[in-house]
Design a protein around this ligand. Structure first.
Ligand SMILES: [Mg+2]
Length: 128
């Protein structure tokens, strides 16, 4: 029996694709978090070695050159990704976690696909 629509990817499949993408990026390290113990924790917790906000240039290692020409060492930047199936909605607790991590200076966002995750990592300066 054939179905008209291809089956949507499960959240688990999307998580695995995002983790594989991150694993291939030397600037990033991340792992799958379990919310069995910590309810509402985002699915993926990671850190970027170099952090490239748009107003910085980089010399190719983790030294950054600011607009004024000062050179400083780039600090690692924590990031968290809440993965959802297409059209999936985060719970109130998940949104609260994203807000709290963001308030503490981490980068936290929701992604529905590996492409979206990559784009957000770039937008936030975690990928070149
Ligand atoms: Mg999730």
């Amino acid at each position: 029996m054939t179905r008209g629509k291809p089956r949507e990817k499960s959240e688990k499949q999307i998580q695995n694709e995002i983790l594989a993408m991150i694993k291939a990026e030397p600037n990033l390290f991340a792992f799958k978090a379990s919310d069995r113990v910590n309810r509402g924790i985002p699915d993926i917790i990671g850190v970027a070695k170099d952090y490239f906000p748009s107003f910085y240039a980089t010399d190719g290692c983790n030294l950054i050159v600011t607009r004024t020409g000062a050179v400083e060492k780039s600090a690692g930047k924590m990031f968290l990704i809440e993965v959802k199936r297409r059209g999936g909605k985060p719970t109130d607790l998940q949104m609260e976690m994203i807000r709290r991590f963001t308030a503490m200076g981490a980068i936290a966002f929701i992604a529905e696909s590996v492409d979206q995750a990559r784009q957000r990592l770039k937008t936030h300066g975690l990928l070149g």
